[in-house]
Design a protein around this ligand. Structure first.
Ligand SMILES: *Cc1c(COP(=O)(O)O)cnc(C)c1O
Length: 403
């Protein structure tokens, strides 16, 4: 089929996006999809032959490339090969899958856990299996796209509350019929802003209005809490979240997603969620890597100490230079720019000085709130962070963003 031979909504959408991308490329502002040639120590990478400081990675504890984790993955390949050639329900379940799920349920202090092949698919299938037409879901306005897509896919009534605004949430809960099933859902750490959901209040409201509570811990596993087990530990709250969702692709240097919770819930998902039943199981190497990584987090607590120190240095430094970092308290540090152009230009100036940061623009964030979305990890050393901040500062100064 010739893409351009017809003129309809789809071909117009394709043409409009192509035009936007072409325009960005024309101004030499296109930084997406750059290939990393090599991972180097101290959170550095080689890109286009140049060694750059990596400030856009989610490897919060610097676990990617960890010898113990690499070794576990290699052993799994030797034992099981490289694929599962089946879905979990049929021939695809390996002992390493069961071990991984047990490790996760121990780490999260729950009765049980289930894994899927991506965090994205975990949200889609979990939300749409639990909720349906006539039910109500209540979702924070800046929740991750996979949560939004799961809510839409479920066919439930979709209510969005203003970001971390518990009064607004309560108003929406109050207005829903008493007898329907309700699900309240939010990111633990918001993936674009780096701030933390008000867990005590959202737990209280979910209880009061008889709603399930689901929290997406993509950016809090290994990051929040004294030992890195996540948001409940951060608030000292014990087991208060009904559906604890997370990814295996951020702090955990693998791929996949999980849900941890009561045995009844996990058994239901194992027999009733379509991404488990109709999509092939996690490859052995990735399951083994994830399994080992959860153990390394607990065995090497100094990594979390370094992450916390680096985070304080990075946020404190950028703030004192005059940048607006919104309400972040975590390793995700937005550097607010405003327009798309400003975000692209700041990125370009930083990358020219070998600081690898990336811009986030609409529709991923609200128009007018375009930004650098910088991250810091346990693997950075303080002198490199100081240097990176100086590069960002000089660039921001040249653009008139800071004095
Ligand atoms: C990254 C992310 C996901 C998706 O996880 P993948 O494993 O990359 O598919 C889901 N939720 C949040 C909040 C995320 O940041």
């Amino acid at each position: 089929m010739d893409f351009h031979s017809v003129d309809n909504n789809s071909t117009r959408r394709i043409a409009a996006l192509k035009q936007r991308v072409d325009e960005i490329k024309k101004h030499d502002f296109y930084f997406y999809n750059q290939a990393v040639e090599e991972m180097l120590p101290d959170s550095k990478v080689r890109v286009n032959g140049r060694v750059m400081g990596m400030y856009a990675s989610y490897s919060y504890l610097g676990l990617v490339g960890h010898p113990r984790i690499n070794e576990a993955a290699k052993r799994a390949v030797d034992k099981f090969g490289t694929g599962t050639n089946g879905v979990r329900t049929l021939a695809g379940t390996l002992t390493i899958h069961n071990e991984l799920e047990e490790t996760i349920s121990n780490f999260k202090h729950t009765e049980s856990a289930i894994t899927y092949t991506s965090g994205y698919v975990t949200n889609l299938t979990t939300i749409s299996s639990l909720m349906g037409r006539g039910d109500y879901v209540f979702s924070d306005k800046i929740n991750h796209a996979s949560i939004v897509d799961g809510c839409l896919m479920s066919g439930a009534e979709f209510r969005r509350f203003r970001h971390n605004d518990m009064e607004h949430l309560e108003g929406l809960l109050k207005n829903a019929p008493a007898e329907v099933s309700k699900l309240v859902i939010a990111d633990s750490v918001f993936s674009m802003d780096g701030d933390i959901i008000d867990l005590p209040k959202i737990v209280e409201l979910s209880k009061k209005y008889n709603a399930w509570l689901m929290i997406d811990e993509a950016h809090s596993v290994g990051v929040l809490g004294k030992t890195g087990t996540g948001i409940e530990e951060h608030f000292g709250m014990g087991d208060v979240i009904d559906i604890k969702m997370g990814t295996l692709s951020k702090t955990i240097p693998s791929v996949g997603g999980y849900v941890a919770g009561k045995k009844e819930l996990i058994d239901f998902l194992r027999h009733g969620s379509r991404a488990y039943i109709f999509s092939a199981a996690l490859p052995p190497a990735q399951a083994a890597a994830a399994n080992e990584a959860f153990k390394v987090i607990l065995d090497e607590p100094e990594r979390l100490d370094r992450l916390n120190a680096n985070t304080q240095q990075f946020i404190g430094g950028l703030k004192s230079m005059g940048f607006d970092t919104l309400l972040t308290e975590t390793a995700i540090v937005p550097v607010l720019c405003g327009t798309d152009e400003k975000a692209f230009e700041l990125t370009k100036r930083c990358q020219e000085q070998d600081v690898f940061v990336l811009p986030v623009v609409s529709p991923a964030v609200q128009e007018g709130l375009s930004r650098l979305r910088a991250t810091v990890t346990a693997a950075h050393n303080p002198a490199d962070i100081e240097h990176a901040m100086d590069v960002i500062y000089q660039a921001g100064k040249a653009m008139g963003m800071v004095k």
